[in-house]
Design a protein around this ligand. Structure first.
Ligand code: KG4
Ligand code: ZN
Length: 326
């Protein structure tokens, strides 16, 4: 049984052999956070408390299992919102203790990457492009269970930038999926900046792009000019996708790997999926299934399967670690 509660989804899953989903219950809190334009940590914690036992029951019912069928309990213990993480960690500890099962602590980012295991077995060395609302990272995995961040965003995460520009377009949180759809009907006419694209590193920056977008919209408002929203979305998306693809190609030159994995909430983006499909020729591209790109407990179960083989267990002293690194 695996738990995920690092942000605004309460999720419990039952998986078998690390790659077969028996159930994956995801209770989303999006409607409660919409009116605030983003996730309110205290509201998130309260929802997790209300939902977690319901999710446990639903996951077991859907998978048709009893506690006797379980072999281990896994949980995201960081990074994320501390109050939110604590609910999953406490629930997982309780189930593990009550049923005498090993407790497996999982890093949320390792979880996102492990969503690829539901497509096919991960082969090493592998490189992962993890793009979400909280993270934008290139993670090198020389071997199973080894993670090295070779590049990351210096300011906003890509998903955060999507949500902020979406707000300026009048969209509600999370705006990423809608901006993605609008982009499909627009053209890249604004030529927004591609920050750090030519720099000699694997880092990203999206705050300058976000500001350029907001300034363009505000300036148009001031002079009563109407801009094509689909073109704005397409121009923003092209700028994001261009730098993500460019830096990934650059990393693949230095680190020849067997697979490139695309994961995280923004990995659901059609523009990004298509651009990588068209440009990655030197290695196998494994895209996390669209349904498993956002936060969910099945991906945490897949990551835990690897840790279980290595007996990487924790005791009841396990605590949430909001700024957990690999
Ligand atoms: O991984 P995730 O569910 O939560 C975090 O760990 O952050 O990612 C959520 C983020 C949000 O910012 C959302 O707007 C973005 O992923 N997102 C997308 C798309 N679907 C979700 N961004 C761009 N295009 C999409 N299709
Ligand atoms: Zn996430």
């Amino acid at each position: 049984m695996s738990f995920e509660s690092s942000c605004d989804e309460t999720s419990v899953a039952i998986i078998e052999d690390g790659n077969k989903i028996l159930s994956n219950i995801v209770a989303t809190q999006i409607n409660s956070h919409k009116r605030f334009g983003g996730v309110v940590p205290e509201v998130a914690s309260r929802h997790h408390i209300e939902e977690i036992t319901i999710c446990i029951g639903d996951a077991m019912k859907k998978a048709n299992v009893t506690y006797d069928d379980l072999t281990a309990v896994a949980v995201t213990y960081g990074p994320g919102l501390v109050g939110a993480l604590l609910i999953g960690v406490t629930a997982a500890k309780a189930v593990a203790w009550a049923h005498n099962l090993p407790l497996i602590p999982v890093n949320h980012i390792a979880g996102h990457i492990s969503a690829a295991a539901f497509v096919k077995p991960i082969e090493y060395p592998a490189l992962a492009l993890v793009v979400s609302g909280g993270h934008t990272e290139l993670v090198l995995m020389p071997e199973e269970g080894e993670f090295k961040i070779i590049g990351e965003t210096r300011d906003d995460a890509a998903g955060e930038a999507y949500d902020k520009v979406g707000r300026v377009l009048g969209l509600s949180y999370p705006a990423g999926p809608v901006v993605d759809e609008m982009a499909a009907d627009g053209k890249d006419t604004f030529n927004f900046p591609r920050a750090m694209e030519k720099d000699d590193n694997y880092d990203f920056s999206f705050s300058g792009l976000k500001s350029a977008f907001i300034n363009t919209v505000h300036h148009a408002d001031q002079v009563n000019e109407t801009l094509d929203k689909n073109d704005l979305a397409a121009s923003f998306q092209s700028a994001v996708v261009d730098v993500l693809v460019d830096k990934t190609l650059k990393a693949l030159k230095e680190f020849p790997v067997k697979q490139l994995i695309l994961a995280g909430g923004v990995a659901a983006n059609k523009g990004l999926r298509n651009a990588l499909e068209n440009s990655i020729k030197q290695t196998e591209l494994v895209k996390a299934p669209i349904k498993l790109c956002g936060d969910n407990a099945a991906m945490i179960g897949a990551a835990a399967y690897v840790l279980n083989k290595k007996h990487k267990y924790a005791g009841t002293e396990l605590n949430a670690d909001p700024s957990l690194e690999f």
